[in-house]
Design a protein around this ligand. Structure first.
Ligand code: SF4
Length: 246
């Protein structure tokens, strides 16, 4: 190997380490509860696999690069004095729990607890608005509606926010930022769903996640028919072993 190639490899490895360090710093420590992302995933089987330590695989450089972009944007786009707010919530008891208390709980005590971090809580006039930033690749397409999983995520934050701080957020807003076009902004605003509806939805999902192996939900994320013909689920092989239909 030439000296220049050696230097190039060294610099690349150092950058990849810096990327992973940035992701780790932003992970907020491990509480080992359910996470809001488990509940909004289009496929609950994927969330189920994510809780099995033996199935965890090393993060690829490609995945680290995608997540790193999100970290850069979030670290440099504070919209309000209330931002990066981490909340824990016991779904069955319908009450918030301080993160410091959750840290000292055993696995059984944590089984009904969900953790989530909302990006920004902004106040516009008299209304609180939960804002969540999403980086994406528009490739010429203009987003007109928020994605269902992003709306679901904000609705869950609304339940947790009410329980944690007694704040009722009436609106949600996803700020979509197009990575391929200088982070061109598209804010999409919607009404937050009735809290009781979201509470019921969370209970149903928790029940399904705790009842064994959820059914596979094949979407563009794993059907290999998306624009890049890629599978964005790390558990494809395991899912096939567990009877995923072709
Ligand atoms: S491969 Fe598809 S259906 Fe199977 S767990 Fe992953 S996302 Fe779900």
């Amino acid at each position: 190997m030439s000296r220049k190639q050696e230097i190039s490899d060294f610099v690349l490895a150092a950058f990849h380490k810096a990327q992973r360090d940035a992701l780790w710093k932003n992970s907020g420590g491990r509480l080992d509860t359910w996470h809001v992302s488990d509940f909004v995933s289009p496929c609950l089987r994927k969330s189920h696999y994510g809780k099995i330590p033996e199935l965890k695989s090393e993060m690829t450089d490609e995945m680290a690069a995608i997540l790193y972009q999100g970290v850069i944007v979030h670290d440099n786009s504070t919209l309000s004095s209330i931002n990066e707010l981490t909340m824990c919530y016991d779904i069955m008891k319908r009450k918030s729990i301080d993160t410091s208390v959750v840290k000292n709980m055993d696995d059984d005590e944590k089984k009904n607890i969900i953790t989530g971090t909302l990006d920004d809580l902004v106040k516009v006039g008299d209304d609180f608005v939960i804002c969540d930033k999403k980086t994406y690749n528009a490739r010429g397409y203009t987003k007109k509606e928020a994605s269902p999983e992003h709306i679901k995520q904000v609705n869950i934050y609304a339940v947790m926010l009410e329980a944690s701080y007694g704040i009722h957020a009436r609106y949600g807003c996803n700020l979509y930022l197009d990575k391929g076009n200088g982070y061109k902004e598209t804010p999409i605003v919607y009404d937050v769903a009735p809290l009781l509806d979201t509470q019921k939805m969370m209970e149903d999902i928790l029940h399904e996640l705790q009842s064994g192996m959820p059914q596979p939900t094949i979407t563009f994320l794993c059907n290999l028919k998306n624009r890049d013909k890629k599978c964005y689920c790390n558990y494809l092989e395991q899912c096939k072993k567990d009877g995923r239909p072709e």
